[in-house]
Design a protein around this ligand. Structure first.
Ligand code: SF4
Length: 310
């Protein structure tokens, strides 16, 4: 049973079982994850590259238990040189909330615009967050000192636990839920440790019911059923499409090094892997959506797009 009222949410202990509704697929976590504490000097990082339309990125953790096969962080220095398998270790930033409070005040004193992308190299609602509450503590700070905008990017239904803080941010927040496919068999092949698709869809519904601005990120685009565009159109009127060639920050090179094409079945590869996929999927989505819906294909419309595009 899922909960829909923000005022009720704080009286209920949210567990993975309650959010996943008994589905066990997303529970395929590694038995052993090396958890460490981290004490960074700063918590807000100036945004750059494909996130440069934001002023800052915010990562409550380093490392990610979801361990998606296609994760571009695997190919970044933190993923390459740690000496441990991606997904098997997480550093938690235990002083994150204190740092954020101070840094927000400082930026406000300088009258700087603060637009935050959380998170660029971890999932803020990975399983460790159930007990650590670091992301929650950051939202608590932002509820008191709101940034100009917060984009909260996740694959986890745990985000509904924090609806009480999200409602206070009103239109200064948007939750972006990654739903790359509606086929759980595909999810299990590409990201077996991530939450089940149905649980993510339910979370989107709950966020909407509570008036939180929400979009679905079909990112990266994975093979999906004919029904998927229609299911999405019932769920949200705003979607972002992103393929491996524009979404890995290297024009597809990181994805190639990760040998992601080998995860496709032979008959799928031609249809679903390549430079053409984003336009094909855009057409499919357009047939399901009304003309006034917001469908962003990042590869095509990225240039000249302001923060409202994300
Ligand atoms: S959830 Fe995001 S950060 Fe975590 S492994 Fe998957 S792609 Fe990487």
């Amino acid at each position: 049973m899922l909960i829909v009222s923000a005022s009720c949410l704080r009286n209920v202990v949210i567990t993975r079982d309650s959010l996943y509704d008994g589905e066990k697929e997303g529970d395929e976590m590694k038995e052993f994850v090396n958890i460490n504490e981290s004490f960074p000097k700063k918590i807000l990082t100036p945004a750059s590259g494909f996130l440069s339309r934001y002023s800052h990125t915010l990562n409550p953790y380093i490392g990610c238990q979801f361990a998606c096969s296609f994760c571009y962080v695997r190919q970044s220095p933190v993923g390459l040189f740690r000496g441990e398998e991606w997904g098997r270790w997480v550093d938690k930033k235990v002083t994150a909330a204190n740092l954020l409070e101070k840094e927000l005040l400082k930026l406000r004193d300088k009258d700087q615009s603060i637009t935050i992308f959380m998170s660029s190299s971890t999932d803020p609602y990975q399983p460790l967050e159930y007990k650590e509450n670091i992301t929650r503590s950051l939202l608590e700070v932002m509820a008191k000192q709101p940034p100009d905008f917060l984009l909260l990017q996740t694959r986890s239904p745990l985000v509904v636990r924090d609806i009480d803080f999200l409602v206070t941010l009103k239109d200064k927040v948007r939750v972006s839920m990654s739903i790359e496919t509606d086929l759980d068999s595909v999810r299990k092949r590409f990201m077996p440790q991530s939450p089940p698709i149905q649980a993510r869809m339910k979370a989107v519904e709950q966020l909407r019911e509570n008036g939180i601005p929400v979009q679905v990120a079909v990112a990266p685009i994975l093979p999906f059923s004919e029904q998927f565009p229609f299911r999405l159109s019932q769920l949200v009127n705003r979607i972002v499409l992103d393929d491996f060639f524009s979404g890995d920050g290297s024009g597809g090179k990181r994805t190639e090094r990760l040998k992601i094409s080998e995860l496709y079945e032979e008959k799928e590869r031609e249809l679903w892997y390549g430079n053409h996929v984003h336009l094909q999927v855009y057409e499919k989505m357009r047939t399901a959506y009304s003309p006034d819906a917001f469908i962003l294909v990042k590869k095509v419309f990225n240039v000249g797009c302001d923060r409202s595009c994300f």
